[in-house]
Design a protein around this ligand. Structure first.
Ligand SMILES: Nc1nc2c(ncn2[C@@H]2O[C@H](COP(=O)(O)OP(=O)(O)OP(=O)(O)O)[C@@H](O)[C@H]2O)c(=O)[nH]1
Ligand SMILES: [Mg+2]
Length: 421
């Protein structure tokens, strides 16, 4: 993996406000600042410019650029981060003009992922995204520089062949990583397959980064999953099972958070991780109710879900951090509104999940001979049971409750369940 050193770099932020982005501009700049801080940088100055058409060469106007340059020295800043996506050429032009390293939002997010990745698969996924991001930039930035060194038309200078070596090297590395990832994903796929075949109800967490997904995970499963007031604290998918009510057991999967303009390189690289949430029976969409931009976050999550083909999965909307919210009005109804940091909040969430599952389940009834009583523990685990009545005369258990349609079919197939319900 390409390591990003965590040093206290001083950075200047730049954003361009246009007609297209003016609704979300301020929020997006605040977020850029927290991204920079998450990466370990200190933001010294923020420059914004209202501009209808982005400058092809420098993105911002030359006057603004000069202002940024003048300020760099005073701030002793060693990097400029642009909120908008830069083309490889703009990147080179800007670094040439400003004399410091210039990156864009995408690269910043990639850097944070590189800092965060812990597992083997996570590291491979990040390196894949980084190299894919780098490849066109090599032919752009370095390419420009090197072909200038190479000299006249038609001459194949040392620089150019070096560039080709670099590219070949990267392509080779890409092939290796892709092969390793395929292998690792097969292992993941197998354990996912096992979970899919299991009859246990599956819950998945989804939501904007920092909404409180891992906190919900920890509170419900009483397991320890890294939770921090940082963006992208979680990168790897984790699944745990826990009892929701009596013996009724579900699995819960925590996964990577979403963000506005999540680089496509990353969505591609993390597809298998994100798909962990694709095979669930119910999604818990966690939203930070205390964030004034929660509506934007909701839209981002919904649109990424659509891209990942997850729109058909039932969703329970969970507004979290109510303890911090001041003027909160939910935009999604029905929804649960809680603070997962309070015991009452955890209980309320459990009840809401049970209610939602009951809604998704279908009623069933079956008569179980005493001799087949060994089915009972399994039924208690996968179904919400209402009555279990033992009738000694006929030596039968009369069992009723609700269960998923899929499991009801299995019961019918096994000759355990009456179809009439
Ligand atoms: N006050 C308050 N803080 C909360 C609540 N829920 C979560 N937090 C805090 O919010 C921060 C982010 O929580 P996480 O659970 O790490 O969020 P996440 O959605 O998993 O974030 P990523 O993994 O970064 O995408 C942590 O500092 C939590 O302690 C809440 O209900 N109230
Ligand atoms: Mg998390």
């Amino acid at each position: 993996m390409i390591k990003t050193e965590k040093t206290q770099e001083k950075v200047v932020l730049v954003g361009v406000e246009s007609f297209d982005n003016n609704q979300t501009f301020e929020a997006s700049m605040t977020e850029l600042a927290s991204l920079a801080e998450t990466a370990g940088a200190v933001v010294t100055t923020v420059f914004t410019q209202k501009k209808e058409r982005l400058d092809g060469k420098y993105l911002v106007g030359i006057g603004k650029l000069q202002e940024i340059k003048d300020n760099l020295e005073a701030d002793e800043a060693d990097m400029v981060i642009f909120n908008e996506k830069l083309t490889p050429r703009q990147n080179v032009n800007l670094e040439g003009f400003l004399g410091v390293k210039v990156i864009d939002r995408m690269q910043l997010i990639l850097d944070i992922f590189a800092l965060r990745a812990r597992s083997h698969v996570g590291m491979l996924q990040v390196e894949l995204a980084q190299l894919k991001y780098l490849l066109p930039r090599l032919s752009g930035s370095k390419g420009l520089e090197l072909s200038r060194q190479a000299g006249g038309i038609g001459s194949r200078g040392a620089g150019e062949s070096q560039l080709e070596t670099d590219r070949r090297h990267i392509r080779h590395r890409l092939e290796i990583i892709e092969a390793q990832l395929k292998k690792a994903e097969k292992v993941q796929e197998n354990s996912r397959q096992k979970r899919n075949n299991s009859s246990v109800f599956k819950l998945g967490l989804i939501g904007y980064t920092n909404a409180g997904k891992s906190s919900v995970f920890n509170a419900l499963t009483q397991k320890i999953q890294y939770e921090q007031d940082e963006l992208f604290a979680t990168l790897d998918a984790t699944t745990k099972d826990f009892s929701l009510q009596d013996e009724f057991t579900v699995t819960l999967t925590d996964t990577v958070g979403f963000i506005q303009d999540l680089p496509t390189e990353l969505v591609q690289a993390f597809k298998s991780t994100l798909e962990e949430s694709n095979n669930v029976d119910l999604l818990l969409h966690v939203i930070d109710a205390s964030d004034p931009n929660h509506k934007i976050h909701e839209d981002v999550v919904e649109s990424i879900m659509k891209d990942l083909g997850m729109s058909d999965i039932p969703v329970l909307t969970v507004y979290n951090k109510l303890d911090l919210a001041e003027h909160f009005a939910p935009t999604i109804l029905p929804s649960v509104q809680i603070s997962i940091k309070s015991e009452a909040g955890v209980q309320q969430l459990r009840q809401a999940i049970i209610a939602k599952i009951t809604e998704l389940f279908v009623p069933f009834a079956l008569d179980l001979p005493y001799a087949a009583a060994y089915h009972l523990p399994m039924l208690r685990k996968i179904a919400l049971l209402e009555t279990v009545v033992a009738e000694d005369e006929t030596e039968t258990y009369h069992v009723s409750g609700s269960i998923s349609e899929r499991e009801k079919w299995r019961l019918v197939e096994d000759g355990l369940c009456r179809v009439s319900h």
